[in-house]
Design a protein around this ligand. Structure first.
Ligand code: MN
Length: 129
């Protein structure tokens, strides 16, 4: 059994490859989508345990993806962690306002990523226990 199923919505192949390496090595099953609308479809069809969400996407942006996830009864409870390269002031707040449950600035650090995922997945299993 995998440690959990995680969907990563990301259009940058290098980030996708890095996160895939980290997650697979840590025992997670990874689902991938290269744009926001595909990400919403995969999330709906696969019901992952957690979603990692890039903010700068080629179609709709990550804020919009988060809003649509949280507006959907079927997906609202899936934890969403925003990942963004923009060290812009307010990015974190904008992500949280859009409905993201957590936020990680890029560049992605292996331990930060795993700690954050673990935190949300253990919260989730506590709630469903
Ligand atoms: Mn991007």
């Amino acid at each position: 059994m995998s440690a959990g199923r995680i969907l990563y919505i990301e259009d940058n192949p290098q980030n996708m490859r890095l996160v895939r390496k980290i997650l697979v090595h840590a025992g997670y099953e990874m689902l991938e989508a290269e744009n926001g609308l595909t990400g919403l479809d995969v999330a709906n069809a696969e019901q992952p345990d957690l979603i990692l969400l890039d903010i700068n996407l080629p179609d709709i942006d990550g804020f919009e993806v988060a809003q649509r996830l949280k507006a959907s009864e079927a997906m609202a409870l899936i934890p969403v962690i925003a990942l963004t390269a923009n060290a812009m002031v307010g990015d974190r707040e904008k992500s949280l306002e859009a409905g993201c449950d957590g936020y990680l600035p890029k560049p992605i650090g292996r331990q930060d990523l795993l700690d954050t995922i673990n935190e949300f997945l253990s919260l989730r299993s506590l709630m469903s226990a």
